[in-house]
Design a protein around this ligand. Structure first.
Ligand SMILES: Cc1cc2nc3c(=O)[nH]c(=O)nc-3n(C[C@H](O)[C@H](O)[C@H](O)COP(=O)(O)OP(=O)(O)OC[C@H]3O[C@@H](n4cnc5c(N)ncnc54)[C@H](O)[C@@H]3O)c2cc1C
Length: 367
C-alpha cells in the first residue's frame, strides 16, 4: 500500500494532503481536534502564505480576513511606521485551518478527525502510528506535521529555557480599533515582543512572545505578564484601555525552539517527511511560519509524488528557508535583548526603508 499518512491538520499537513489528493493518490490525514480550534499564532498571513493559499484556492479575504499594509514598530513611546513591501492579511487560525481541512477533504483526502497519534514506530517496511481511537495505522510514508507538539518516537531537540507564546482576542474600543486598521503593530517590551492586529469581524488579536525567565518573573501568568509589560509599553495601555477579552482564558504554548532547522541523521528513515514547525521554527516576528508550513507541505507532497525521499525534500526546503531563518533569528535577538531594543527602535525610526528591507528579506522563497 503506497497511501501515506499525514499526522497533523494545520497548514503544513493540510497543504500536503491537498496536493497528494489532487494528484489522484490516496492519502490519510489524522488530526486530533474534532472541530474548529484557536491556536497560539499571531494570525498574520504574509505574501508567501497568500500566494500558496491562492494556489490551494483558499481565499483569506472571502473568509473575512482583514487586509494589512502597514508595519508599525513601537518601543516605549517611540513609534516607527512603514508600508509593508507585500500584501498581508489578518485571519484567525480557527477559520484558516478549518478552511484548509475542508479543502483537503474536498480534493479527496481521507480525514481522520478527533483522533491523535500517540507514538510513531519505525517498522521494517515503513511506520506504524499508534493512535488514540483507531488503533495502529501502518504507512509506508509519514508526513509529520504536528506543529508545536512533538510526537513520541520522533522528537525535536530542545534547548534550555525556550520562550513562551501567549495569545488573546479583544474587542477594542472603536477609536483604538480604527487606529490599528490596516496595520500590524510590533511592540517591544523587556524580554519579548507583542503583535497586535485586526482579524475577522473587527476583533483584535494580541500575541506575545516572551522569554521563559521573564514569564516566570511575572508569576507565570497572563495577568502578571500583561501588568509587568504594560508598565513598559504605554502604547499598549492605550490600545487595551476599555477592551473586552473574547476568550475565557488566554492560549499559551511553552518551549518554542526558535531558529530550529531540521537536519536528518544519516540513519533517518527515508520516508519520514518533517513539515512546518517540525522542519523549521522561524521567530514569530517574521510572520512567516504559516508560509513555511504551506510551502513545506506542498514541497514534500510534490517530492513524494515524484517518488523521491525525505533527504531530497530536506535539501530543497533548507535551500528555500535558510537565509530568511538566519536573518529573522538575528532580528529576533535584537528585538528581545533589553540592551539592543533602543538601538532597534532608533534604526527603525531613522530609516523606515530599512524596516521594509528587513521585512522583505525575512520572507522565504515560496517557489
Ligand atoms: C507566539 C507565536 C506567534 C506566531 N505568529 C505567527 C504569525 O503571525 N504568522 C505566521 O505565519 N506564523 C506565526 N507563528 C508560527 C505559526 O503558528 C506556525 O509556524 C504554524 O502554525 C506551523 O504550522 P504547522 O502546520 O506546522 O503546525 P500547527 O499549526 O501547530 O498544526 C499542527 C496540527 O497538528 C495537530 N496535532 C498535533 N499533535 C498531533 C497528534 N499527536 N496527532 C494528531 N494531530 C496532532 C494539531 O492539533 C494541529 O492542528 C507564530 C508562532 C508562535 C509560537
Amino acid at each position: 500500500m503506497r497511501s501515506p499518512l499525514i499526522i497533523g491538520g494545520g497548514p503544513a499537513g493540510t497543504a500536503a494532503a491537498a496536493v497528494i489528493a489532487a494528484a489522484g493518490c490516496e492519502v490519510r490525514l489524522i488530526e486530533r481536534t474534532s472541530g474548529p480550534t484557536d491556536k497560539v499564532c499571531g494570525d498574520f498571513l504574509s505574501s508567501g502564505a497568500l500566494a500558496l493559499l491562492e494556489m490551494l484556492k483558499v481565499d483569506p479575504l472571502v473568509l473575512g480576513g482583514a487586509s494589512i499594509s502597514v508595519l508599525r514598530l513601537v518601543y516605549q513611546r517611540h513609534v516607527a511606521e512603514t508600508r509593508l513591501p507585500f500584501p498581508a492579511v489578518g485571519l484567525t487560525r480557527r477559520s484558516l485551518d478549518e478552511a484548509l481541512l475542508h479543502n483537503a477533504a474536498s480534493r479527496g483526502a481521507e480525514l481522520l478527525r478527533g483522533c491523535a497519534v500517540q507514538r510513531l514506530e519505525t517498522t521494517h517496511d515503513g511506520f506504524t502510528a499508534q493512535t488514540t481511537a483507531l488503533g495502529p495505522l501502518p504507512a509506508t510514508a509519514v508526513f509529520l506535521a504536528t506543529g508545536k507538539h512533538d510526537l513520541r518516537g520522533a522528537p525535536r531537540p530542545h534547548g534550555a529555557d525556550e520562550p513562551v507564546g501567549l495569545k488573546m482576542y479583544y474587542e477594542l474600543m472603536p477609536d483604538q480599533r480604527a487606529a490599528i486598521e490596516d496595520c500590524i503593530e510590533l511592540v517591544l517590551f523587556p524580554g519579548g515582543y507583542a503583535g497586535l492586529q485586526l482579524v475577522e469581524q473587527g476583533r483584535a488579536v494580541l500575541c506575545l512572545m516572551v522569554s521563559a525567565k521573564r514569564f516566570r518573573t511575572a508569576g507565570a501568568s497572563w495577568d502578571g505578564l500583561l501588568e509587568s509589560f504594560l508598565a513598559a509599553a504605554p502604547h499598549l495601555v492605550a490600545r487595551l484601555s476599555g477592551a473586552t477579552p473574547c476568550l475565557d482564558r488566554p492560549l499559551a504554548v511553552a518551549a518554542i525552539p526558535y531558529g530550529y532547522l531540521h537536519r536528518a541523521a544519516p540513519a533517518a528513515p527515508p520516508n519520514l517527511f518533517r513539515l512546518g514547525d517540525q522542519a523549521c521554527v522561524i521567530p514569530s516576528l517574521a510572520g512567516d511560519g504559516v508560509a513555511i508550513a504551506l510551502a513545506s507541505g506542498t514541497l514534500a507532497a510534490r517530492t513524494w509524488l515524484q517518488r523521491e525521499g525525505a533527504a531530497a525534500y530536506d535539501r530543497l526546503l533548507q535551500h528555500r528557508i535558510r537565509r530568511a531563518l538566519r536573518l529573522a533569528s538575528l532580528v529576533h535577538s535584537g528585538c528581545t535583548a533589553p540592551a539592543l531594543q533602543p538601538l532597534v527602535a532608533a534604526l527603525a525610526r531613522a530609516g523606515p526603508g530599512l524596516m521594509r528591507l528587513v521585512a522583505d528579506a525575512t520572507r522565504i522563497a515560496t517557489a
